[in-house]
Design a protein around this ligand. Structure first.
Ligand code: PLP
Length: 455
């Protein structure tokens, strides 16, 4: 039997996950993990199969509330990572109450039946969604919903090819890694789906078309070039705003939308981590005034409690009545739907979109001011509460090494965040965060950057 070996370090630096065996991580663990946690981590390693990016675990939790996690040793940690499920904050009382109430009446709904919460959630999502995205299927997770979108695109167009982006992530199943663009997921796993073309993502800072920071939309032209050359592409699938984060110019998606229409391809937006307000609008595509044919959402839809995702499709795509697109056991789960309804209610009634805009703008301005003052800080980017600070090499210090050191320094001071592409400090707090909490977290970040900064 083949022995499990860690993938090359460099592959993981190009992904959105942690580097689980870095020396900085080991040093942090030795200093901060006590005997009780060590025991739990050892038990975790004993029973769970190891896999890249998520094992071994770093630490163990005993609670979470609002913006914070609490670890087994009672340390509170601002969670600016949260796997993007915590739009309404952890343990949101309205979500928890809705779940309890639903558990006491109808905790499950087998196939053949429907129920009020799922119908209400489907109606509410279609009313909130732009354009005529009026048809819904639920799934027990984002990856599964991506799979449904790929199948629907095949059925609707009679074609099977796709265009997606290098470096993208759409889930870890075989169909999702076929369209995904991260080497860490694609390599060494055998044949992937045929016909999955990849194109460079829009990113003026790392553009391969020579735009030198001033996007000339050549990357959008290239998508049309591939659509034309292939001639039979079913769909272009991408995140409208990549979680790096990189926000394409306003015209980018308009151009791609028009190219799809000219060549008979569907446009599928994966808004799994961004939807429901993270960017300051309910749907990220609203920033670009472009409506996709299919939109996939998930993560926070389950209120940070339940695994729940949805595929929204435009009305004309109700063309697969003789196929099973999802057929998931939990496709009409009333408890998950109750959590989803309570989540939408919180986002709307508590004006979390406005909060994401104002606290996000304040945080972005502060990150931008760090770029002027700290030589490690290369570029600050953001939209709402999807924020990123890209580090740059500085003297003998490499950006990826600095980013790891900043991460573990921040964890020691009670702030957790994600590193993307190895060197982008990615900050995605709950949309409930106050300006004071945001400033507290940015104080920690700035102190950690200053610690790592060359003298
Ligand atoms: C852009 C994107 N698509 C799809 C997925 C997969 O979602 P899930 O983990 O719910 O299956 C993720 C998860 O991180 C994601 O970020």
């Amino acid at each position: 039997m083949k022995k499990a070996s860690p993938a090359p370090f460099s592959d993981h630096l190009k992904s959105e996950g942690d580097v689980n065996w870095s020396p900085h991580r080991t040093a942090w663990s030795q200093q901060h993990i006590g005997p009780e946690t060590r025991q739990l981590l050892a038990a975790d390693e004993k029973y769970f199969l190891r896999q890249a990016l998520s094992t071994p675990c770093l630490n163990a939790l005993q609670g979470c509330e609002g913006v914070c996690l609490t670890d087994v040793e009672d340390r509170r940690i601002f969670d600016f990572h949260g796997n993007n499920v915590h739009q309404v904050g952890y343990g949101n009382p309205r979500v928890i109450q809705a779940i309890i109430k639903q558990l006491q009446t109808l905790p499950f709904c087998p196939r053949r039946y429907t129920n009020q919460p799922v119908v209400d959630l489907a109606r509410e999502l279609t009313e909130l969604a732009p354009g005529d995205l009026n048809k819904v299927l639920f799934a027990p997770g984002g990856t599964s919903a991506i799979g449904m979108a790929l199948k629907l695109a095949r059925v609707a167009t009679g074609r099977f090819k796709t265009i997606s982006m290098w470096d993208s992530f759409h889930g870890a199943s075989l169909d999702a890694i076929s369209i995904g663009g991260e080497a860490a997921f694609r390599q060494g796993i055998g044949p992937l789906l045929p016909g999955c073309e990849h194109v460079p993502p829009p990113d003026a800072r790392h553009c391969i078309f020579g735009c030198a920071g001033q996007c000339n939309l050549k990357c959008a032209d290239y998508i049309e070039y591939v659509l034309e050359k292939e001639g039979d592409v079913a769909a272009v699938i991408a995140e409208p705003v990549r979680c790096t984060p990189y926000i394409p110019p306003l015209d980018y998606w308009k151009k791609v939308r028009a190219a799809c229409d000219r060549h008979g391809a569907l446009l599928i937006f994966d808004e799994i981590p961004l939807c429901l307000g993270r960017t300051g609008k309910m749907f990220a595509c609203e920033h670009f005034d472009v409506v996709p044919d299919i939109l996939v959402l998930g993560k926070g839809l389950g209120g940070g409690v339940f695994p729940l995702a949805a595929m929204l499709a435009r009305e004309g795509l109700d063309v697969a009545a003789d196929k099973s697109l999802g057929h998931y056991t939990h496709e009409k789960n009333p408890v998950a739907a109750a959590a989803g309804l309570a989540t939408l209610e919180c986002i709307i009634q508590d004006q979390l979109l406005a909060n994401a805009q104002t606290v996000g703008a304040m945080a972005l301005a502060r990150l931008q001011s760090m770029v002027g003052r700290l030589s490690l800080a290369g570029e600050a980017r953001g939209l709402g509460l999807m924020l990123g600070l890209e580090l740059q090499d500085c003297g003998t210090i490499q950006a990826v090494d600095a980013a790891e050191r900043v991460l573990y320094a921040a964890l020691s001071k009670g702030l957790s965040f994600k590193l993307t592409m190895g060197k982008i400090i990615t900050l995605t707090p709950p949309l409930t965060i106050t300006a004071a909490e945001m400033n507290q977290a940015l104080d920690i970040l700035e102190a950690c950057l200053s610690e790592v900064e060359p003298a």
